[in-house]
Write a protein that binds this ligand. Structure first.
Ligand code: FAD
Length: 473
């Protein structure tokens, strides 16, 4: 039997945070402010917003605000093109469902005015742990509290299988400590998504027509230093589902079988899911990927378990770190032992020192490292194993750990299609600052941070084959 006071929201109650309870305002539409979860399917924030709208017989609208510099627009043509082309498809799907989609090109500061113009009762935002998004949300909430206190503001973690604040209340030390917490509650959250509740027809201001081609041209060409778009990965929800389940090449259809054995071999990139661009832009829900992977566990239990470990534990551990540690992208966010050992060795003599420009142009003595840098620059996605080697060598070849971290993050965010993501900041922090790792045998430059070298790579995979593969890209 349903509880007597059933919530109108189909989302798990602890997935939702009431940031401002509002109340006292007139009933009105619900506006979903889409941030990181750029999809209509399998989206708990949209489901929550639709549930609230349905319960008060109100209509629902979706709004997306392009962030100004330095956050979103420090993205290059590569990431902005993917984002906007994905949104263009999303807008078409929304229109087909008669769901108004408001694209605000003047930034998040336009959200409060839209909410007021539409006479909204509630603003629902999805969740990102990154500083610029949190600051934008705080500013919007502040303005609404002041100028439209009746409007409620809710936040929904639609990105993680286990909502970040429910998984743990603090920065987790390692995957081990986080895994045990997440596994305990996983079944509660890893459930099928319901249908979107039916809402009242839209009867307010219509969204302005967007000239997407002109917008893409304008936004992408406004960046002086551009990085070209990639053509091997179509943006949008359908392409994301195709990458997961497509009968021709979907990761979970056949390729998953070799994930366990081959995922650390950069000469076999197809052993990986290739889902990170879609997960980063929220074109697909990690929960959908996990549900579908679990259904296919019989194909290869070890591979599915390894995939779920990366997709859920490691990815959500990155959100945990960025959420609870505001200095997630600087050495001050590292643990004391790591900072100390890095500083103890900061003045050690380096055999090679390269500038950021030399690194960016792949001008080092190490052909393997150069290949990984070029894979990222030209293909837009470096193999996961090479990302660790790549970042650790930046620590070895620059003047100090702080500089190494900032160069690694700069390059990662500039060229990776999945860059500017919690997993990117945590990946760089893991490689350079020992985050979520343990101390290892002390050695020059690295101190107790885990070391990786060319000889180790040579033992693991065919280095020359990888270098040739990158040359052909
Ligand atoms: P798969 O192996 O198929 O993994 C499936 C999904 O699991 C990934 O899409 C990702 O969401 C998650 N995942 C896999 N490995 C990790 C990991 N180590 N940490 C957290 N989540 C993981 N990931 C990004 O999404 N964006 C980045 O900018 C980014 N930068 C990185 C930088 C460095 C220095 C390192 C060491 C790692 C970085 N990662 C980043 C994590 C990881 O390398 C990528 O997520 C992965 O290579 C993406 O390819 P895939 O989807 O084919 O991976």
């Amino acid at each position: 039997m349903p509880p007597a006071t059933a919530s109108p929201s189909p989302a798990h109650p602890s997935r939702v945070r009431v940031i401002h309870s509002g109340g006292g305002g007139k009933p009105g539409p619900v506006v979903y402010w889409m941030l990181r979860d750029q999809r209509l399917a399998d989206n708990w924030a949209l489901l929550h917003a639709a549930g609230l709208a349905a319960a008060s017989s109100a209509p629902l609208a979706v709004a997306f605000a392009l962030f100004p510099k330095p956050f979103l627009l420090s993205a290059r043509r590569r990431q902005l093109g993917f984002l906007l082309r994905g949104l263009r498809r999303l807008a078409a799907h929304a229109a087909a469902r008669r769901l108004p989609f408001f694209l605000l090109t003047g930034g998040p500061q336009e959200i409060p005015a839209l909410v007021r113009r539409l006479g909204a009762s509630t603003l629902v935002a999805d969740f990102s742990p990154l500083r610029p998004v949190r600051e934008a949300l705080d500013a919007v909430v502040g303005e609404l509290r002041r100028d439209a206190p009746g409007v409620a503001v809710h936040q929904v973690d639609a990105h993680n299988v286990v909502p970040v604040w429910a998984a743990s209340g603090k920065v987790e030390y390692s995957a081990k400590t986080f895994r045990s917490k997440v596994s305990k509650v996983m079944d509660e959250y890893l459930v099928e998504f319901p249908q979107l509740p039916a809402v009242a027809p839209w009867d307010r201001e219509q969204p302005e027509e967007v000239d997407w081609d002109a917008l893409i041209d304008r936004v992408c060409s406004s960046e002086a230093e551009n990085v070209p778009e990639i053509d091997w990965c179509e943006p949008g929800e359908e392409a994301a589902m195709e990458a997961l389940l497509g009968s021709k090449d979907g990761f979970l259809m056949k390729r998953i079988k070799s994930y366990e054995t081959d995922r650390n071999d950069p000469t076999k990139p197809r052993a990986l899911s290739g889902l990170s661009p879609y997960l980063h832009f929220g074109n697909i829900s990690a929960q959908r990927c996990a549900l579908e992977a679990k259904k296919r566990r019989h194909l290869s239990p070890k591979s599915v378990d390894a995939f779920l470990e990366e997709l859920v534990v490691r990815r959500e551990l990155a959100d945990n770190f960025c959420y609870y540690q505001p200095q997630y992208d600087s050495m001050s966010g590292a643990w004391d032992w790591a900072r100390k050992t890095l500083m103890d060795h900061a003045a050690d003599k380096r055999e090679h020192i390269y500038t950021r420009e030399q690194l960016e142009n792949a001008k080092t003595h190490d052909l393997l490292w150069n290949a990984s840098q070029l894979e990222m620059v030209h293909h837009g996605k470096m193999h996961g194993f090479m990302r660790m080697y790549w970042a650790k060598k930046i620590l070895e070849w620059t003047s100090g750990p702080e500089e190494a971290l900032s160069i690694a993050i700069y390059l990662n965010d500039k060229y990776e299609i999945d860059g500017r993501d919690p997993s990117g900041y945590v990946g760089c922090m893991w490689s350079i600052c020992g985050l979520h790792d343990q101390g290892w045998k002390e050695r020059p430059v690295f101190g107790k941070i885990r070391y990786m070298n060319y000889a180790g790579c040579k033992r693991k995979f065919d280095v020359d084959a990888y270098i040739s593969y990158v040359k052909r890209l």
